[in-house]
Design a protein around this ligand. Structure first.
Ligand code: HEM
Length: 408
């Protein structure tokens, strides 16, 4: 057999019915590429090749020949200069190899399991106070919105506190964070683009002031630790600002959506009571919930040269689409992948990615989710959510953004 014969061929959509067309909404594209049941999908233009099986997805993410696409993605929204472009060009997400390691290694020590564990008491305190808010809303009006009273404020406060942002500013910062992360997706609308540009200016200025304050009065936070480390010698001022901003917006929307969707999925799949009865199941349940719906369902990498990856010939300039959602539902890896089973140990699942860009905040995110689920199940053992009240946002990061909760 020749090398050519050994190459795998993707399922090819005709151009007139392409899920990769700019007109197809983000989530529809994901659903349509999964619906054909192939593990490799492209269209007649061949611009993008999507990988869908768990083994392919892991191999693509860990292949050092493929490159980050933060900057080319920005270009697809027509952004070639300006404040957002400047901020993005300093982010670790968009860098490869030694340049990427230079930034990431400066903060990686702050996100080990042990370092993340140091935040447990503060996260528990935040979750407890937000649960008080849920209780107050239910006492006053009979119901509470899980997103705005619990999931969102827990995430925004935890991620703000991480770098020394006062809790009072968490809501303001979350607006910037949500506007900025849209820029990780291609083809922003003019409105999204304008909001992201504004957020880059305003959040950039906010971070500069914050760093000035922490330089004079350091706190027990990562930005203060960085200010008093070799990071100041290694990073340019722009990279320093981008890094601190990145630590805030990197995990804010994903964590908030994982909390809200997680609670709703536990209730919908009759698994909530199991956690009330046995909180020891919570860490496994967190992993299973992230597997069931990875908040960041697709990633992408660029192809800098013609190469063969997983017996797939990729051409220079093509985009390798990486479908974490389908990888996390790979039937060859998970029995009944469409069911949530909090007793299942999904083992190493790919909701946090893999390889050099593996989620920097994964340990902190897991800790926050564990605490959020533990607090809600302990405080509200008879919680229920009106299924008709659920609002989903799948435009970028996937998850529930409104859910009317009551007590049975
Ligand atoms: C449930 C919550 C979270 C999920 C599902 C998630 C998911 C991911 C994924 C899939 C990636 C890989 C992106 C890629 O390979 O292109 C990533 C990267 C990243 N995440 Fe998270 N994340 C979460 C929370 C957080 C938190 C709390 C932080 C805060 C520090 C964070 C910071 C980052 C950063 C800085 C990167 C870029 C890492 C690099 O380029 O080396 N994430 N995240």
């Amino acid at each position: 057999m020749t090398d050519d014969q050994a190459l795998r061929q993707p399922y090819v959509f005709p151009l007139h019915d392409s899920p990769f067309s700019i007109e197809v909404a983000h989530w529809d594209r994901i659903q349509r590429t999964m619906a054909v049941g192939a593990d490799l999908v492209t269209d007649e233009s061949g611009i993008e090749v999507d990988f869908l099986s768990e083994s392919d997805v892991e191999a693509v993410l860990t292949d050092p020949r493929l490159c980050a696409v933060a900057m080319p993605t920005l270009a697809l929204s027509g952004i070639h200069d300006g404040p957002l472009h400047e901020l993005w060009s300093d982010l670790m997400n968009g860098k490869d190899g030694a340049e990427h390691r230079r930034i990431r290694n400066l903060v990686a020590r702050e996100f080990t399991p042990k370092a993340s564990e140091r935040h447990r008491a503060a996260v528990a305190d935040i979750a407890e106070r937000m649960a008080d808010g849920v209780q107050r809303a239910i006492d006053a009006g009979g119901h509470a919105d899980l997103w705005s009273t619990y999931a969102m404020p827990v995430s925004s406060r935890v991620n703000s506190r991480l770098v020394g942002i006062p809790e009072a500013d968490a809501e303001l910062v979350s607006v910037w964070a949500f506007d900025l992360v849209r820029a990780f997706l291609p083809f922003m609308s003019p409105d999204q683009r304008q909001r992201a540009e504004t957020a880059a200016v305003e959040f950039g200025a906010y971070v500069d002031e914050l760093l000035e304050r922490l330089r004079l009065t350091p706190g027990d936070d990562i930005a203060s630790a960085l200010l008093h480390s070799d990071a100041t010698d290694v990073l340019t001022a722009g990279e320093f600002r981008a890094l601190v901003a990145n630590l805030v917006f990197g995990g804010m929307e994903t964590t908030a959506k994982a909390i809200a969707s997680g609670i709703c999925h536990l209730l919908e799949h009759d698994q909530y009571r199991a956690l009330v009865d046995d909180p020891a199941l919570i860490p496994g349940a967190t992993s299973e919930l992230l597997r069931f719906l990875p908040p960041s369902p697709v990633l992408a990498r660029g192809v800098p040269d013609d190469l063969v990856c997983q017996h797939v010939a990729l051409k220079q300039g093509q985009v390798a689409g990486i479908n974490l959602l389908s990888a996390c539902h790979d039937p060859s890896r998970y029995a009944n992948p469409g069911e949530i089973d909090v007793h299942r140990d999904p083992g190493k699942q790919l909701a946090f990615g893999a390889g050099a860009h593996f989620c920097l905040g994964a340990n902190l995110a897991k800790l926050t989710l564990n605490v959020a689920f533990e607090t809600i199940t302990r405080r509200f053992p008879t919680l229920q959510v009106d299924p008709d009240s659920l609002v989903w946002d799948r435009g970028g990061f996937a998850g529930v953004v409104a859910a009317r909760a009551t007590l049975a």
